[in-house]
Write a protein that binds this ligand. Structure first.
Ligand code: ADP
Ligand code: MG
Length: 463
């Protein structure tokens, strides 16, 4: 499947003609090649795209907000005027600003879609997370500049590409809103020549040509119908018509390049990451002890994990496995909270423990400063979701000559050395969802578990 060629229109300056360029470019590309699918979306909330392309009054099935939250593209694409496809705009984008963690979010969604042809993305005059996402996905970035200050702002775009480790090759400056009545003496005869010289001097590459300022073009979005008219249909007599055709032809020709498209690159990297995630998961799954670390009942089979209540892993990564739900509460109550009578499975105390265990991490380790003690001591700590200690308890283990503690099998399989002494590693225990025990080994949850493990490691005194 070939993926779309993505053109992002971006500049940190407002009013430089981004939206006018994005919307008209879509129409000129369609005029150039009728069969070419051209799709447009905008992260701007002025709804120009919708006003220009929306046909009829039917309720759209979503917007750019849905695209980013539900990660689905295909059902959102509407067929609009002039044969241009578009994804409706949204005025609610700011509500999800903090939920988009990376600039690659949009590229990953688009790479998984079945969009074809050319996709044009219009952005807000801001290098916010939405613009960053649009830049990250782009094969071509057109940066309209209308004066020296807007050209200075381009530096931030170039810096963004550098910071992301992306090639600067997609970036092209396009002087826009050029007042053709202005002429200078000297080597640069007009604002276009001057801006182009500034750009080249700073190492920026330019598209060929420019877009002139035209009162006719300016008038196309002010009319009693509340519509926005395209230059192609309503401004044919203007220089801008010729200039936009020229820009469209350049975009079209560069879309024919044989180079790998950005979204193909993103899809390839995603595929690789997925494979690595799967391999890492398979390794973690393989390493698991097959029996309950406390009572020895079989829990982990080749295909299923049953009755697992708590996941455990040692801080040195050498041992991992599960403990049954009741085994762990038995262990806690009988060894650390000294309840003489067995606490019934349905007792409120157990319920309380179960409930608080959802939000806790537990740590078993050699009690601090007892490494050389003849009589070993074991510490049991409860930590909160942020990895901060809430409480802890220390118990004596039986002396070497006495009957071993019922905890011995668990300790031997995890934090005890071959000589029967507790080692330096600790055991981290986390309650899991019994129905999908494997979930704790999936990338997302496992990364969180490891982050807590590392955080607790740094808090514990080393001996
Ligand atoms: N070539 C042009 N000549 C005259 N006015 C233009 C031209 N291009 C855009 N405009 C006008 O400039 C204003 C800003 O354009 P717009 O495309 O919305 O810029 P941006 O998206 O960068 O904010 C609009 O009123 C638009 O009609
Ligand atoms: Mg705009």
């Amino acid at each position: 499947m070939s993926r779309p060629y993505v053109v992002t229109i971006s500049s940190e300056k407002g009013g430089v003609g981004k939206t006018t360029l994005a919307t008209n470019l879509a129409i000129y590309l369609k005029a150039l090649h009728e069969d070419l699918p051209v799709t447009l979306l905008s992260f701007d909330n002025h709804f120009s795209v919708d006003r220009m392309f929306r046909l009829g009054r039917s309720q759209p099935s979503g917007s750019v907000l849905t695209l980013l939250t539900e990660k689905e593209t295909d059902r959102l694409v509407e067929t609009g005027e002039y044969g241009v496809q578009y994804i409706p705009s949204s005025s609610e984008l700011s509500s999800i600003r903090d939920t988009i963690a990376t600039p690659s979010h949009l590229a990953e969604i688009l790479a998984a879609s079945s969009l074809q042809g050319i996709l044009i993305i219009d952005t807000r005059p801001d290098l916010d997370i939405f613009t960053q996402n649009a830049l990250y996905a782009a094969d071509r970035v057109i940066v309209p500049v209308k004066d020296a200050p807007s050209l200075e702002n381009c530096k931030h775009l170039y810096d963004f590409f550098d910071r992301q480790g992306l090639s600067r090759r997609p970036l092209r400056i396009l002087p826009c809103l050029i007042d053709q009545r202005i002429h200078y003496d000297g080597p640069f005869r007009d604002p276009y020549q001057l801006l182009k010289a500034y750009a080249i001097n700073r190492g920026y590459r330019c598209l060929e040509g420019f877009i002139a300022k035209s009162p006719k073009v300016e008038s196309l979005n002010t009319n009693p119908e509340g519509k926005i008219y395209p230059v192609l249909t309503h401004g044919r007599g203007t220089d801008v018509h010729v200039q936009l055709s020229h820009v469209a032809r350049q975009v079209y020709l560069s879309s024919l390049d044989k180079e790998e498209r950005r979204l193909e690159e993103v899809a390839r990297a995603e595929g690789l990451k997925k494979m690595q995630r799967e391999e890492a998961y398979a390794l973690r799954r393989q390493k698991l002890a097959s029996d309950c670390l406390y009572c020895g009942a079989g829990l982990v089979n080749e295909n299923t994990i049953e009755n697992a209540g708590f996941y455990c892993e040692t801080s040195d990564g050498k041992a991992s496995g599960f403990i049954e739900e009741t085994c762990f509460s038995d262990l806690v109550f009988s060894h650390f909270y000294q309840s003489r009578r067995a606490i019934a499975d349905a007792s409120p105390l157990r319920d309380l423990f179960r409930e608080s265990a959802q939000r806790s991490y537990f740590v078993l380790r050699r009690a601090p400063n007892t490494r050389n003690h003849y009589r070993q001591q074991l510490s049991f700590g409860r930590f909160d979701e942020a990895g901060l200690e809430v409480s802890h308890k220390v118990i004596d283990l039986p002396p070497p000559e006495a009957t071993p503690s019922p905890l011995a099998p668990l300790l031997k399989k995890t934090i005890m050395n071959g000589d029967g002494r507790l080692g330096n590693a600790f055991l981290l225990v986390r309650r899991i969802c019994a129905d999908v025990a494997e979930e704790i080994l999936y990338d997302h949850q496992y990364t969180k578990f490891q982050a807590i493990l590392n955080k607790i490691s740094t808090q514990l005194p080393s001996e």
